[in-house]
Design a binder for this molecule. Sequence first.
Ligand code: PLP
Length: 229
Amino acid sequence: MSIADNISSLKKETDAVNVALIAVSKTKTAEDIQQAYDAGQRLFGENMVQELVDKHQHLPADIQWHLIGHLQTNKVKYIAPFISMIQSVDSLKLLQEINKQAQKNKRVIDCLLQIYIADEDTKYGLGFDEAIELLRSDEYAALKSIRICGLMGIATNTDNEKQVKEEYYELKTFFDGIKVSFFRKDDAFKVLSMGMSADYKLAIEQGSNMVRVGSTIFGNRVIKHWKNN
Ligand SMILES: *Cc1c(COP(=O)(O)O)cnc(C)c1O
């Protein structure tokens, strides 16, 4: 199957249930991304700032880039002019810096709070309590150049479907609670980003409305620099 075939079959599947498809193109070449673009894909996800900036410069301007990997505060300035959504917000400090850089660029930057749901210590994200504390804080209330559009989560990397299902169920339940408590009158808060190649069907069953799919579209990633592929 070609990249174009993969895009069109996945698109059919996700469009049918109103789920947004993020094509995760990290480590993949500009040519691979262009193939997906030519097949109609416009939402792409990357996890490294430098790679994202390079690709943004070399690929069509109407691509909507999502940052899905951990973001250091000192790198926000490089993506602030063009980023479509930052899905990996995991601290108030980072949110404040995004707000500052958004202001400088005279724009509002859409963000998701990354919530820690996995049973692993390697994943970034806010705990449930930390997310609530952030949303209750005066510091957050003062930020006018960011917009929180929802939540993102990464499940444990395991073959245990029951566990992954439970983690997604918990995040969906938390999302519903946050919506009611903090964003009842805010139509922009509606994104629940969960699900990757191995588990996106399960995630959709549990209420995801945005999936981040890499290897199912582009094939397995070899660990080398994207320009040297
Ligand atoms: C790499 C990555 C994905 C996509 O992973 P695949 O298994 O290739 O679909 C999704 N989300 C995040 C945060 C990632 O880093």
